[in-house]
Design a protein around this ligand. Sequence first.
Ligand code: GLV
Length: 389
Amino acid sequence: SSVTIPPPACMLRPLEAPFRYLFGPGPSNVPPRILAAGGRPIIGHMHSEMFGIMNDIKKGIQYAFQTSNNMTLAMSGSGHTAMECAVFNIVEPGESVLVAINGIWGERVAEIAERMGMKLIIKIKPAHSFVILHILQALAKHKPVLFFLAHGESSSGLVHPVDGVGDICHKYNCLLLVDSVASLGAAPLLMDQQNIDILYTGSQKALNAPPGTAPISFSERACHKMFNRKTKPVSYLLDMTHLSNYWGNDGKPERKYHHTGPVSGFFALRESLAILAEMGLENSWSHHTEVAEYLWKGLEDLGLKLFIKDKDLRLPSVTTIAIPEGYDWKELLAYIMKHHQIEFTGGLGPSVGMVLRIGLMGYNCNKANAAMALAALEDALKQCRKSKA
Ligand code: GLV
């Protein structure tokens, strides 16, 4: 037997990845300290030192989420993995999920729930927030076991109020699942005080780690539901019975092999959580707000309209701009990428064709970068205007 397929020519060339200013909704640029942590020699995923690092990560997530939940860990995978993990572990066949859809993330959870057999939706237009009374009415009517709400809806640039939602969910014996992928570290969120049952985020936004790991935490109430299931979750990889053992959360004396966690990704995540702990959550929140306000003012000075009118509902990490009249949004983005090496993005899901998005998160979040983003946009607005004809 002999090899018939030759080595591909591309594999004989060195890897090329350009430097880009990642000022979109994520991933964000990774600071040298986190890159260096991720570049350390790897150790085995079952070594005692690795378990020590995982224990540190757990503590770092408990701080970032403001929770004392024991069932706190990082998923091997992006925010979507955590989203599926939450739904797969909590919901059993025949049960209902209520999903607040005001952008892409609600749509995604609805699709995941639908694939499992059941979904119920309350839907409003992108860029709007849900009124507590409507959530309450939907809970009373549909009696779901899980209610999903995106705290940071990055497709529309909206940060959703969470106060009071957990209380009404619990009144109807429902668990509250919150997505904070785009908001964690940028906008205030207090898992325990706000009675959130399941909270997850991603590594690649305000935490500035490379994409590929996703912190998640489950309340006692959520643990009670998921560890008293009659059926096994559909996913083996995402089964919390195994994951809780792998993370040393199940009280058993020994951690058993389940899957090989992303060792370098965990090193980087630990470093990013350490940076957040050093800075302090309150400082991180106020810093994001200050830079966002500077950006918003600059955008308005350029004559642009912010997509979220109500300042209190604007996500500090991802700003959405209504596409200005007389411009092709794709051309604007391409011009900015080509001439300024800056990534902004268009809309996502229901906001495609409606907005441009600028994200300044964590390490990227400073006034110098905001000024650079504004200058690039100003230049593009001059160069890309369509003729009236
Ligand atoms: C992804 O998270 C996005 O908002 O584009």
